[in-house]
Design a protein around this ligand. Structure first.
Ligand SMILES: [Zn+2]
Length: 277
């Protein structure tokens, strides 16, 4: 599932390649995503210009001329690729190209999503504060607000596992299963630890390491596990650098102890029993 680094990598590519372009055509082949694409969607996007490509949590927020935003969430398996005529055509899977937009330079933005858990909708900028998906989201991990004091405040008295807390979008936006495991390994905290018992020194490590890990992953174009593709249709390159995620039984890269897997909140979690306390 795409997490913050994958969406941010996509955002950067689209910001460079699609800003200033206008939509001249839109085709909705399959409206049944996590929420159905509205019947008037295609007509209402034609003629709009892409002003900026932003991001909040795992949502791509494409600001359009006329005061609306195009919100895109990739769900479990979505991708949004910017394809130019005669290029980049081979690796794509046209069966799941559910929405296709033509831009005024002849290029196409294509939303592909085999599992159809994604979301695409047009939102008036004035209504943004009332959007259910965005309400209650915690701070971005790069925000100054996400600090040791903040983690201390939100973890005290919490009986749940620290890994679940890191993946809770109300606590911090954009961290999912892959990066939560990686962050906790680097912070030397086991994913199963009760959040309320994690020490202040450990929380300080988590606060510092979280943005660092995400920055590194963004620099590698994110992680591709099964299906993620960036805005050019390329997989992310971070997977070979993962220290614990999906490495059960393989030697820890620091101490050679076999990495263990444990289920936390119905998700597979990976840790080194020697390095993490
Ligand atoms: Zn180790």
């Amino acid at each position: 599932m795409p997490e913050l680094p994958e969406v941010e990598s996509l955002r950067r590519i689209l910001a460079a390649s699609a800003t200033g372009r206008s939509f001249i055509a839109a085709i909705v082949r399959e409206p049944r995503l996590r929420r159905a694409v509205t019947p008037d969607f295609a007509a209402s996007i034609i003629g709009r210009t892409i002003e900026t490509v932003g991001r909040r949590a795992k949502y791509l927020m494409i600001e359009l001329g006329g005061g609306d935003l195009l919100m895109v969430h990739l769900g479990m398996s979505g991708s949004l690729t910017h394809r130019r005529a005669g290029r980049d055509n081979e690796p794509f899977d046209p069966r799941h190209d559910h929405l296709e937009f033509t831009l005024d330079d002849g290029s196409r933005l294509v939303y592909n999503d085999p599992r159809r858990f994604g979301l695409i909708k047009l939102v008036a900028r004035a209504d943004l504060a009332a959007i259910a998906e965005l309400r209650g989201l915690g701070p971005e991990p790069f925000a100054a607000e996400f600090c040791t004091d903040y983690l201390w405040r939100v973890t005290r008295g919490r009986r749940g596992a620290i890994k679940n807390l890191l993946m809770d979008q109300r606590i911090v936006a954009g961290v999912g299963n892959i990066y939560a495991s990686e962050i906790l390994f680097r912070a030397r905290v086991r994913p199963t630890r009760r959040a309320g018992k994690v020490t202040r020194a450990e929380l300080a490590r988590i606060a510092a390491i979280t943005p660092a890990v995400l920055h590194e992953a963004i620099g590698s174009g994110g992680t591709t596990f099964r299906s993620y593709r960036d805005g050019r249709g390329q997989p992310g390159r971070y997977a070979p650098r993962l220290l614990v995620y999906d490495r059960e039984g393989q030697p820890c890269r620091e101490c050679a102890t076999p990495i263990r897997a444990v289920t936390v909140g119905q998700r597979s979690s990976f840790y080194c029993p020697h390095c993490q306390k």
